[in-house]
Design a protein around this ligand. Structure first.
Ligand SMILES: [Zn+2]
Ligand SMILES: [Zn+2]
Length: 291
């Protein structure tokens, strides 16, 4: 629990949308940027995924000034390489400063390194410049299922998550609080074995940010598309004894009113267990272990 007014772990959403960015009046409240989340713990900046939300996240921790802002030292935990989770990388403003350092951890690729895969995407003709023309130090680190790492005083554990391509979920523990980030997770049928690391990561977590892209009806048509329903997210959170579930990776076809309805459905399902449920909105900050 945070002491007094000092927030020792804060989670701020800069991108909450899955699959494809969207804009317009219908997306005002939950936002249209793809996944990027800032976790502040002590003096550490931990970035979860590098979607289009990373541009505003960079401006928030540094500056949007055309001449650039102060340098930043940050660590990213990347879940996987789908476009919606990486496309913000070259727009991370702090990398325009010589003294910035950005360490990016992510899943080892079956046919090469994380470094090699991302440098293949951020280059002409897909993008006007190459990653190595950015001025700050950008360093990539490959992770495997079950790996641990420390970021300052925060302890991080990575587990493989069921989703097309090499995909990780993360648990972060700092100052007696725990949060889990699983933005993309293909749910299983009732008769299928639960063979990935999601349940172990979630066990007793204060906060779980989880894929809740589909309704039950949509899943009938999209069973193998790599995502979860609201019902599945709630069931996993209840089973793992999570305190607060945040619905995440909103479908681009869902406007604010539909997301309100999905949140109400989730609250109904969660009510008997006492699980708190909210739905991620761009610009919102939540504190693991608070209320
Ligand atoms: Zn995604
Ligand atoms: Zn994905």
């Amino acid at each position: 629990m945070a002491t007094g007014t000092l927030r020792v772990v804060e989670v701020t959403f800069f991108g909450t949308r899955g699959s494809c960015p969207c804009s317009g009046d219908a997306y005002q409240r939950y936002g249209g940027n793809t996944p990027s989340v800032l976790v502040r713990t002590g003096d550490q900046l931990i970035v979860l995924d590098l979607g289009t939300g990373l541009r505003a996240l960079g401006a928030h921790v540094s500056s949007d000034h055309p001449a650039g802002g102060p340098p930043v030292r940050a660590t990213a935990l990347l879940t996987h390489l789908h476009f919606d989770h990486i496309i913000g990388l070259p727009f991370f403003g702090p990398l325009r400063h010589h003294d910035s350092v950005f360490d990016v951890y992510g899943p080892r690729q079956p046919d090469g390194t994380l470094d090699g895969a991302l440098r293949e995407i951020v280059r002409p003709p897909f993008f006007p410049v190459r990653l190595d023309t950015l001025l700050g130090a950008l360093r990539f680190h490959d992770l495997d299922d079950g790996d641990h790492l420390a970021i300052g005083d925060a302890k991080v554990r990575a587990r493989t998550i069921r989703h097309p391509g090499a995909t990780l979920g993360y648990r972060i523990e700092a100052d007696g609080h725990s949060m889990v980030y699983i933005p993309d997770h293909q749910q299983i049928g009732a008769d299928e074995p639960d063979e990935d690391g999601a349940l172990e990561l979630c066990e007793g977590a204060d906060l779980l940010v989880h894929d809740a892209q589909y309704t039950d009806f949509e899943l009938v048509h999209k069973r193998k598309w790599g995502h979860s329903t609201v019902e599945y997210a709630v069931a996993l959170a209840v089973r793992a004894g999570v305190g607060h579930l945040v619905l995440f990776h909103h479908d681009p076809s869902h406007d604010d009113r539909q997301l309100d309805a999905m949140l109400e459905r989730a609250k109904e399902l969660a009510w008997p267990s006492g699980l708190r449920v909210t739905s991620a909105a761009e610009g919102e900050t939540v504190v693991p272990g608070a209320g």
